[in-house]
Design a protein around this ligand. Sequence first.
Ligand SMILES: Nc1ncnc2c1ncn2[C@@H]1O[C@H](COP(=O)(O)OP(=O)(O)OP(=O)(O)O)[C@@H](O)[C@H]1O
Ligand SMILES: [Mg+2]
Length: 247
Amino acid sequence: MDTQTTTSNHQPPTTNHSPPLLTVTDLHKHYRIGGQDLCVLEGVDMDVRPGEWVAVLGASGSGKSTLLHLIGGLDRPDKGAVTFDGRDIFKLRGGALDRYRNRHVGFVFQSYHLLPELTALENVLTGAMIRSSILGWPARRGEARRRAVALLGRVGLGERMKHRPSKLSGGERQRVAIARALVNEPDVLLADEPTGNLDTETGKQIMELITELHQQGQTIVMVTHDQDIAATADRRLWLREGALEEA
Ligand SMILES: Nc1ncnc2c1ncn2[C@@H]1O[C@H](COP(=O)(O)OP(=O)(O)OP(=O)(O)O)[C@@H](O)[C@H]1O
Ligand SMILES: [Mg+2]
């Protein structure tokens, strides 16, 4: 991939002294399969500062997705903390963890995870619906729709809003997924191999979009095993033997 193109105009900050937006401390996670323990994360530490783009690299099976799911509050660790806004997300009570998942982080997955029976616009709107209470939705729907339409325009799909995923290319589907992840204006965009299912040229276009979002101030944690893609980020961390190291 031609990283020159994606990095054009991009000036990675050399110093970012802001306090971290997100802190991962001593995170441990194991899975038990067939009576055997598989230790995946064995003391992961990381900080993410506002506006920063951090790439997490690592071999297949090293635990990158596991880590991202924990950061997004989609799974629970055996031990350790993910601190957002001064609070450990795993100690949040009631609906507070759901609010964290729905408002503060936005997820993009390698395989898009779009609902096939919904149009591009409706898929983006599902992100906003999840955030809203059932009773509050009618009052919020108009504003959410305006935001979804604007986001689809921003990701270059202004002319494709009524298309279902089956009528969209892989790159277009990933754009819809990115728009859905952004619909609640998350503090952090979590992207798990967002170009993993795309050909080089389409992957490059998605990386250009992610670079643009970063230039507009979006904080991003992106998992990849592609060093060329990771080169675009401000900082690279390697997941090796259950822990993170600066690349
Ligand atoms: N729910 C689960 N139950 C049991 N084992 C799991 C589960 N999820 C992941 N694993 C195992 O944990 C390890 C880490 O998986 P993970 O998906 O986090 O790796 P990864 O670095 O994202 O890999 P890839 O680059 O292939 O996506 C793998 O060995 C995987 O088989
Ligand atoms: Mg993975």
